[in-house]
Design a protein around this ligand. Structure first.
Ligand code: KG4
Ligand code: ZN
Length: 356
């Protein structure tokens, strides 16, 4: 992944213009980022309305829709930034994790531009993007812990220094957003169901008590499939008895279980590693209940809770540009034969030591 690319337009860092591309799932997005920090444009085209009728993302359809959208979205991002292609310093693109066919669309577009403009390519980790979305709106200090909660990931990540990732906890089954979407589906709510459950939980007067999966003593891992089964059991039992289901109370019980486990483990990690900042990120970071509970606990512990605004929590290319800048600064570029990697390791994507 170390390239000696001849780059004709590498600028001073704070003048670097990175065009970033994100196509890992169901959003086609392109963004121009100045100096790793300033969003000049961030165009996001969501396919949610197309996948909604299937109750989830259909990979083949996602790829096809990315193909249709990618050129226009990139053009819009460059135009809106007030710059031209010739001004760009590097092209960043999500290399993984994600749907392989969807990733490929962004990667082919990025390689083509990198080659045509003779500027470096930076294959970027999607989760590093979610984490460094925080860097677009906050000053980050190290060591820090990130709680990554999205449709595909639930992870606690320790960063002892900038761009160096250590995954200290991960889900052993469903990602938290996935659990939200499955529970929502069993309540016949539209896809993606997370926001609906969040709203219902906030409006509920009562709560149905559900189990918490703490796992072994000291573990930072998560498990949500047992909770999901417990929700299904409540739904089935109520139906069999011919009783009316208090859906709001069930949504609240589910949300309370999820939030308690996330908050307790995140705060334990914060204490154990002596960090001063907790970075919340990923689509589920938009969850009101989670934000409020974390904010309260962090305040009690004297820790700063950072979270990006809603539009930078869900998938977008600006966050990919922010993460890519970590490598741009260190001139750690990617070869043009880079391949989409649905299982790309966050730890291995860390910046290489020595140069800062
Ligand atoms: O990060 P993201 O946009 O895509 C992935 O990379 O996975 O996250 C999407 C996930 C979906 O599962 C969606 O239901 C969930 O984030 N989500 C929420 C909320 N808003 C979005 N889950 C719970 N509460 C919310 N308010
Ligand atoms: Zn994501």
């Amino acid at each position: 992944m170390n390239s000696e690319t001849t780059n004709i337009r590498i600028r001073k860092e704070d003048e670097a213009l990175i065009l970033a591309i994100e196509t890992s799932c169901d959003e086609t997005s392109a963004s121009v980022i100045l100096g790793g920090k300033h969003i000049l444009s961030n165009i996001v085209s969501s396919q949610i309305d197309i996948h909604e009728r299937f109750g989830g993302v259909v990979p083949e359809i996602a790829s096809r829709k990315h193909v249709e959208a990618i050129t226009v979205i990139m053009e819009q991002a460059v135009k809106k930034s007030g710059h031209e292609l010739a001004d760009l310093s590097a092209i960043a693109v999500t290399q993984g994790p994600g749907l392989v066919g969807a990733l490929l669309v962004g990667i082919v577009a990025a390689k083509t531009l990198s080659l045509a403009l003779d500027i470096p390519l930076i294959g970027t980790h999607h989760i590093a993007g979610h984490i460094y979305a925080n860097g677009l709106v906050h000053e980050l200090i190290y060591p820090s812990i990130a709680l990554v909660v999205s449709g595909g990931h639930t992870e606690l990540v320790l960063m002892k220094e900038e761009g160096v990732f250590e995954v200290i906890g991960r889900t052993r089954d469903d990602a938290v957003g996935e659990a939200y979407d499955k529970v929502a589906r069993s309540l016949r709510l539209p896809y993606p169901g997370g926001p609906h459950i969040d709203r219902m939980a906030g409006e509920a007067q009562t709560s149905i008590d559900l189990p918490r999966a703490w796992l072994e003593e000291g573990s930072f891992d998560f498990s949500f499939s047992g909770l999901k089964s417990a929700v299904l059991a409540v739904i089935n039992q109520t139906r069999m008895k011919g009783e009316a289901l208090d859906e709001a109370a069930l949504a609240r019980g589910f949300q309370e279980s999820v939030i308690e486990v996330l908050v307790v483990k995140a705060l334990r990690a914060v204490k154990q590693f002596g960090v001063r900042q907790l970075l919340l990120c990923g689509g589920v970071a938009a969850n009101r209940g989670l934000r409020d509970a974390l904010a309260q606990r962090c305040e009690e512990e004297g820790v700063d809770l950072l979270a990006p605004p809603g539009n930078l929590c869900t998938d977008n290319a600006a966050m990919i540009g922010a993460a890519a800048f970590l490598k741009f600064k260190r001139r750690q570029f990617t070869e043009l034969d880079m391949r989409a990697d649905p299982g790309l390791s966050l730890e291995q994507w860390s910046v290489r030591a020595g140069i800062s």
